[in-house]
Design a protein around this ligand. Structure first.
Ligand SMILES: [Zn+2]
Length: 160
């Protein structure tokens, strides 16, 4: 994986049990570097993190809000897209060796670490953010597909 020129992190050094909120704006250039679906055009993404400390672990709620447009999977019309997605992560601390763990929502940090790097967490969420199938008839875009384009497409894909 190529090294990103972006760095997003939060300070986790405090010990207040009051939830800590941080806000980030993920610019379009960060999104482009990830290789998202070419049929989508996203504006910048507003990311809000809410860190809650517990005595032995921390909880991190990450919420993404963005809008833009994406092409219909059937007729390729460009449609408005609004996304709000929230994910919960658990942060735990290791003392001698980092545990082998493949749970993507469990983040391990060395004990005493004072900051949490979020760039890869943000990248992972972004890569799963776009709907796999997005059509004119969907909840958000209740209108019919462009029939002319559908006809053209079916002509183009005739069996030889
Ligand atoms: Zn359509």
């Amino acid at each position: 994986m190529t090294r990103s020129k972006f760095s997003f992190y939060i300070d986790i050094s405090g010990n207040s049990f009051k939830p800590q909120e941080d806000k980030f704006t993920l610019p379009n250039s960060f999104l482009q570097g990830l290789g998202l679906d070419e049929d989508a055009l996203l504006d910048e993404v507003e990311a809000t993190t809410l860190l809650t400390r517990h005595s032995k672990f921390m909880e991190l709620q990450v919420t993404f809000r963005t809008s833009g447009s994406m092409k219909c999977s059937r007729c390729l019309q460009s449609l408005p897209l609004h996304i709000e997605r929230s994910e919960l992560f658990i942060i735990k601390f290791w003392e001698q060796e980092p545990p082998m763990d493949n749970d993507p929502n469990l983040l391990w940090l060395p004990k005493g670490e004072t900051r949490l790097e979020l760039t890869s967490v943000f990248s992972d969420i972004l890569l799963g953010l776009l709907p796999a199938r997005f059509t004119c008839a969907g909840d958000e875009n209740p209108r019919p597909c462009d029939q002319k384009v559908l006809e053209k497409l079916s002509e183009l894909s005739v069996e030889p």
